[in-house]
Design a protein around this ligand. Structure first.
Ligand SMILES: NC(=O)c1ccc[n+]([C@@H]2O[C@H](COP(=O)([O-])OP(=O)(O)OC[C@H]3O[C@@H](n4cnc5c(N)ncnc54)[C@H](O)[C@@H]3O)[C@@H](O)[C@H]2O)c1
Ligand SMILES: O=C(O)[C@H](O)COP(=O)(O)O
Length: 591
């Protein structure tokens, strides 16, 4: 509830103790569906990020960061890393040895063979700043633990796409023509032409499960081979699929109509063992399966049963639930299964590309630069959150905040993780005594029992503008600036104009103030000469006014004046502003 609009003595920046109890058990977050977006981050926001992850710019006098590389990485990437830090290439470390080493490392670079568990982050004792995954799949990194420990995780999402797609196609074709089996048989001295009669690909239906980077490249190539391609991906836009002549269909339709099924989804809790007895049961008799995604998306025992029953005619597997799989694995030994030891990304070209991509991302992250491939660290400015918190009257605990995005974009194309984390950081930082960055902001808010919900409002906006404005609403709190209250909530709104975060609305007043430095907000009876009066008071104290903006509700009645000041006005100036007869309330905010 907002306090009535009384004429206040000035109010200094809000410094509060924890706004809520961390013991609150049922923090609920409402999330918008998110996808990695192509949205570019405005320059000023990027600049913010540079300082927010925490940089390590080495000068000759400073100690170089230590970068542990735990799996084989291309030489070009190692070269880049060596130019920046001390590189320790220690392959095949046991979990115990990794934990021992990690305490002295600033960065760790892994491929799929290193399990970066919670234990590793615990052993790092806060020293580890970034984990670089030289590849796409990040299922071997405990992202939750990384986030909790404030460690950035970056991956190399693009350099091995073609290699993986080519390997998928290689497996598809060699499975259909029994290439591996026939090769083994000839090497064993046999000449079995009748045994290894294959099946044709042309005219057959291929279901691509997971229509992302690799899946769509596989689809493109399969179409070139004359296959009918359908795909299932709950998040892929239909127009992207249509553009290459692929129809997106529901899961059951995909698996029940396909002759060949190629898996390209990530391993997540939602996709684990999604190919189960039930799934195989729904397939056409004699279906053939290729897996270059992750072994864990398949229930391997169920696949074995399906192969033995003849429901599945053949499988070609590059990946396994356990890698390497047990030597006596019945799946690996199966006559109708073609296997490769996780070679999808293993071409010279892909490995050089991945090594460079990850080295650049890790070095950038250590320098505190924007990590475009950050997996667990969204970025965008926290000013709105920080400003909203400063409008809360001391003593009111913030329990619930709502972030409203006004955007013309399709929800599928609006990745709000970045915005949300930045706003959350802004809200939580002033009321938390621990180090908050983009990685742990959400986690810390949750721990404090702060419920953050999101809402998306569709508006008309120029094409290419991802978000027109963002509104931050704090409910059930008193405000030290009654004019900031609208609909019972402290409500402020802002957007990015020419790369600079701007405040566009306070309560129900429109304003136009850049968000940076210090800000004096005054509500006044709207009459001529007000700007001059306040400007003079500040000028007398040598406080430089960087801008002034007046926003009204209805002309000549009430107005809000936003005054940007380079220096912090002293007590005397603030008191004088409070004494100007037309000023009904004001607040000084430090951003
Ligand atoms: N064998 C290898 O060496 C190798 C190489 C590269 C990638 N991979 C694996 O392939 C996966 C895909 O790589 P990518 O670069 O295409 O990633 P990507 O993120 O571009 O594509 C993954 C796609 O899967 C979709 N998806 C998510 N959940 C799904 C579900 N339940 N059902 C269907 N689709 C779902 C996503 O929407 C996305 O479009 C990686 O996660 C990795 O595990 C393996
Ligand atoms: O997810 C990936 O990028 C691939 O599975 C490649 O893994 P690798 O780096 O262990 O070859």
């Amino acid at each position: 509830m907002a306090s009535p609009a009384t004429k206040p003595i000035f109010t200094l920046p809000f410094i509060a103790t924890s706004s809520s109890s961390s013991s609150q058990p049922s923090t609920r977050y409402s999330r918008l569906p998110f996808r990695r977006s192509t949205t570019s981050t405005p320059v000023s926001l990027k600049r913010f990020l540079l300082s927010s992850v925490g940089g390590t710019n080495t000068s000759p006098q400073e100690t170089k960061p230590t970068i542990l590389v735990s799996e084989k990485l291309g030489e070009a990437g190692l070269e880049l890393l060596r130019n920046f830090g001390d590189v320790d290439c220690s392959y095949d470390l046991s979990q115990e040895d990794l934990c021992k080493k990690i305490a002295s490392c600033d960065a760790l670079i892994v491929r799929s063979g290193t399990k970066v568990t919670r234990q590793v982050f615990e052993a790092a004792k806060g020293k580890l700043k970034v984990v670089g995954r030289a590849g796409v799949g990040i299922d071997n990194v405990d992202l939750q633990a990384a986030t909790e420990f404030g460690c950035l995780v970056v991956n190399a999402p693009t350099a091995n796409t073609v290699a993986a797609a080519e390997h998928g196609i290689a497996l598809l074709a060699s499975m259909a023509r029994n290439v591996a089996q026939a090769d083994a048989s000839m090497k064993a001295g046999q000449w079995q032409r009748n045994k290894y009669v294959g099946v044709s690909l042309v005219g057959k239906t291929l279901a691509v499960m997971g229509f992302g980077k690799v899946g769509s490249e596989v689809a493109r190539r399969a179409k070139g081979l004359g296959m009918q391609v359908i795909a299932h991906d709950p998040y892929a836009p239909a127009d992207r699929a249509r553009a290459i002549g692929v129809e997106l269909v529901p899961f059951d339709q995909a698996i029940s109509t396909a002759d060949f099924i190629s898996l390209h989804m990530p391993l997540t809790p939602a996709t684990e063992k999604v190919f189960s007895d039930d799934t195989f049961e729904k397939m056409k008799k004699g279906a053939r399966i290729v897996n270059v995604a992750r072994g864990g998306v398949v229930d391997e025992d169920a696949l074995l049963r399906a192969l033995d029953s003849g429901k599945v005619a053949q499988a070609a597997l590059d990946v396994f639930a356990e890698e390497p799989p047990p030597k006596d694995s019945k799946l690996v030994q199966h006559e109708r299964v073609t296997v490769t030891p996780h070679l999808g990304a293993s071409t010279k070209e892909a490995q050089e590309g991945v090594a460079i991509e990850i080295a650049e991302a890790v070095v950038g992250a250590l320098k505190g630069e924007l990590a475009a491939t950050a997996v667990n660290a969204p970025m965008v400015p926290p000013e709105l959150g920080r400003l909203a918190v400063q409008l809360v009257a001391g003593g009111s605990g913030i329990k619930s905040a709502k972030v409203v995005y006004k955007s013309a974009r399709d929800p599928d194309d609006l990745d709000t993780r970045l915005l949300r984390a930045m706003i959350t950081k802004g809200i939580i930082e002033p009321i938390s005594d621990s180090f908050i960055n983009l990685v742990n902001a959400d986690f810390t808010a949750k721990k404090k029992g702060l419920r953050i919900s999101e809402e998306r409002v569709a508006v008309d906006a120029p094409p290419g503008l991802p978000v027109l404005s963002i509104q931050v609403r704090l409910s059930s709190v008193d405000s030290k600036f009654g004019s900031a209250v609208s609909g019972g909530d402290i409500s402020i709104e802002g957007g990015v104009k020419h790369g600079v975060p701007h405040l566009t609305r306070v309560g129900s007043f429109s304003v136009d103030a850049s968000l940076g430095g210090n800000l004096v907000l005054c509500r006044q009876v709207d009459r001529a000469g007000m700007i001059g009066q306040v400007g003079n008071i500040l000028g007398e104290q040598n406080v430089n006014v960087s801008f002034m903006s007046v926003g009204r509700t209805a002309g000549r009645r009430n107005a809000i004046m936003a005054i940007g000041v380079d220096e912090e006005p002293n007590l005397e100036s603030l008191e004088k502003i409070g004494q100007v007869p037309s000023i009904e309330e004001f607040v000084f905010l430090k951003l």
